[in-house]
Design a protein around this ligand. Sequence first.
Ligand SMILES: [Zn+2]
Length: 434
Amino acid sequence: MLKKLSLISIACLACASTTAIAAPKNIIYMIGDGMGPAYLAAYRYYMDNPDTKVVESTVFDELWVGNASTYPDDDTVVTDSAAAATALSSTHKTYNGAIAVDHDHKSLTTMMEIAKAKGMQTGVVVTAQINHATPAGFLAHDPSRNNYNQIADDYIDNKVDGRIVADLMLGGGTSYFIREDRNLVEEFKQAGYQYTDSWTELKALNKLPVLGLFAPKGFVSALDNPEPLPLKQMTEKALELLSPAEKGFVVMIEGSQIDWCGHANDIACAMAEMHDFAEAIKVAKAYVDTHPDTLLVITADHETGGLSLGANGNYSWKRDVVQKVKHTGDYIAGQLLALKDDKVFYQAWLGLTGLELNADEQQLLSKARTEGQKALAVAVKQRIDHYSSTGWTSSGHTAADVPVLAYGADKQQFAGFQDNTDIAAKLIKFIQQK
Ligand SMILES: [Zn+2]
C-alpha cells in the first residue's frame, strides 16, 4: 500500500511538472519606457509618507517578481526602444532601430499578430505618438523607427487574415495620420473605427474598433499637462472596451515618456510620468482582481539616463526638493526666459520650484537666461539635481537590467532572472494555447 501511494505521488509530481498551466484569457502587458530599477526606488521615496518612520511600498513593489536583461542583437549591449520592443513582442533580438524586422529586413511575427490570428482582440495605449518605436514594434514592420509615416501606414496596411491588427489604438500622432498624401483617420473611419481626438469624447466611446489620437505627436509631459493622469484615463477606457472580447484580449500599455524625462535628465518630470504609470497599473491590477482569468505583466524596455539617488558622494536623496518642482525643466525655462528683471525672475523661480538659491546661484541662472532656453533648462535641472542629490550618467540609454512585475494566476512564470525575449516567449505560449 505504501509502495503504491509513493508511486502515485511520483506520477503526480511528474504530471504537475509537465502539464501546461491554463492560459489566461486576457493579457495586459505594460511597458515603462526607460524605467530602470532606480526609477522604482525613486518613486517609492518620492511617494513616502513623511509622518511614518517606515518607507511605504508602492504598487511596483507589490508586483515585483524578477529582472530582465535587454541587450540587442549586436555587440553594443545597450538597446534602443525599437530593438527592445521587437524582443518584447516577437521573442527575436534585432538591431537598434528595427521595427519587428530582422537584419535582412524580414518581418518578425509579433504577439499582436498571433493574437489577432487566434481571434483575440488587441490594443495599444501610449502617451507618445502611437507610431513611436515601442507600439510600432507590436503592430508594424519597418527597417527604421524613423519612418514614421510608413509605420503609420502599416497600422492599416499590415493585415492578419484580411483584418487590421489593432482593434484599439489610443495615443498621440495626428500629424502622422492626417497628411497631405494620405488621411489614415478617414481610412480607419471607413474601415468601421470610431475616431476621437478629444478627452471628453473618449469617455463616450462605447465599442471597438477605436482610434483615439489626442496630440499632434507625443502628449505634453505629465508634469505640464492640464489633462490629469492621461495614461490612467486611457487604460480605464481601454479595459472597458476590450473586456467583452469573447476570445480574450491582449493590450500593450506604455508609460512612454518616463524615457523622455530620462533623456532630458529631469527627475521631477520622471516622477510625474512614474505616477501616471503607477495609477494606470492600479487600474490594471483592479481589473485582474475582478477578472481572475487575466494576467498582468509589467516591465521596461531598457533604463534611461543612468539615474542614481545620491550623487557626488552625498549619502542622501532629497525627495522633498523634487516634490516641490511644479513643472519640467523645459517648461520652467520657457516661463523664466522672458523675465529680464532679476528680482521678478527669482520670484518666478521660487514659485515654480520652491527652491531657495544663494546669490551666486541666482547669478548663474540669470547668466544661463542670456544663453537661451536650452541653456537655462540645463541650469534649472542642475540646481534641482544639486539640492536633491540626483545623479545621471547619460543622456541616453544604459544596459542596466530592468524590473519584471506580474500579477494574476500565472505570475510565478515571470519570477527570477530572464531575458526580455523570455517574457515574450512566455506570453506568446499563452496566446498560442487559444
Ligand atoms: Zn529612449
